[in-house]
Design a protein around this ligand. Structure first.
Ligand code: NAP
Length: 293
């Protein structure tokens, strides 16, 4: 079904989903979720809701009062929203953040699909199985928490963390140690140590989970010369081809960008709300069209 035919059918039975965030006007999620609903002919709609920080509780309550099916949650609400839900999945609880709410018969259940979305894209889109691999992760914010949790759960051998603010990196390190004990070799290095070719030589997967790369003049956190020839590069920033991704291309390294993670985390939310497997190719195609324009 075409999107405009789908919109023509909106009535009181249409199931409402969407995203709570602030700001939210640049979110790409309405674009690919509505395309996915149309592709499968589902009577669902996805809307962006700008929710100011002081209004989150009221917004979450509205999911029940308007009988909405579910909601994505983004900056700045991913952590705070846990306070207002009836149930939280073990992953979301361990990560300490929720990006997907499902209204299951009046009960609001919180999930986090960021980590699994990252892993699914890595395996299905990138053909990279993280099991027994050595990983270097830049960042210690929300994305880094979700990604590191999923990677360790999936059996990576070693994780080296680095973050601009050391204390925040330490917070992530301690958090992971508490959850996983010695399931994985974990370490945190100082920012100055990140350019060590000795450390990098044993790395299979390098992930940028910082916001660096979002703006045109952003630099690369890693010295290009130290990258080993077979390293896989993943940059979670999704609004442009980042300098890190351009470097990977120049070096002919296998790489993935944030749009892949965005699609797969969205696909998992879609599946939670609809019970149907998401049309990932459709979701990806509409995003690519948007970026080529
Ligand atoms: P966050 O919680 O605000 O964390 C930001 C991280 O970036 C922190 O580690 C911060 O370091 C670091 N950082 C920011 N500016 C930096 C700079 N100039 N130099 C070095 N480090 C810098 O944000 P987040 O939610 O983790 O998101 C991080 C990025 O991931 C964003 O670009 C976001 O859009 C993207 N993301 C993508 C997806 C996807 O599906 N593709 C999902 C989630 C997030 P400090 O601790 O020192 O401040």
């Amino acid at each position: 079904m075409k999107l405009f035919e789908q919109l023509d059918k909106i009535d009181d039975k249409t199931k409402i989903t969407g995203i709570f965030g602030y700001p939210v006007e640049h979110s790409l999620s309405p674009l690919f979720h509505n395309a996915a609903f149309a592709r499968l002919g589902l009577d669902f709609v996805y809307l962006p809701f700008p929710v100011k920080p002081g209004e989150l509780k009221m917004a979450v309550e509205s999911i029940k009062s308007f009988n909405m099916v579910g909601m994505n949650v983004t900056i700045p609400h991913k952590e705070k929203v846990l306070l207002y839900l009836d149930e939280i999945s073990p992953e979301a609880n361990a990560i300490g953040a929720v990006n997907t709410i499902h209204n299951r018969e009046g009960k609001l259940i919180g999930y986090n699909t960021d980590g699994d979305g990252f892993i699914e894209s890595l395996k299905k889109q990138g053909g990279f199985d993280p099991k027994d691999k050595n990983v270097f992760l830049l960042g210690a914010g929300g994305a880094a928490y979700a990604i590191s949790f999923a990677l360790i759960r999936d059996g990576i051998k070693k994780l080296i963390l680095v973050n601009r603010t050391y204390s925040k990196g330490k917070g992530l390190l301690e958090h992971l140690k508490k959850i996983f004990q010695d399931k994985c070799q974990l370490s945190l290095i100082e920012l100055e140590e990140k350019d060590s070719s000795f450390i990098m030589s044993e790395i299979d997967l390098l992930i940028n989970a910082t916001s660096l790369g979002m703006y045109p003049d952003d630099s690369i956190l890693i010295t290009p010369e130290i990258l080993p020839p077979n390293i896989f590069i993943y940059d979670v920033v999704y609004n442009r081809k980042t300098p890190l991704l351009k470097l990977a291309e120049e070096r002919k390294l296998t790489s993935l960008g944030g749009l892949d993670m965005l699609v797969y985390q969205g696909a998992l939310s879609f599946q939670i709300w609809t019970g149907r497997k998401a049309p990932v190719e459709t979701m990806k195609r509409v995003l690519m069209q948007k970026f080529v324009k």
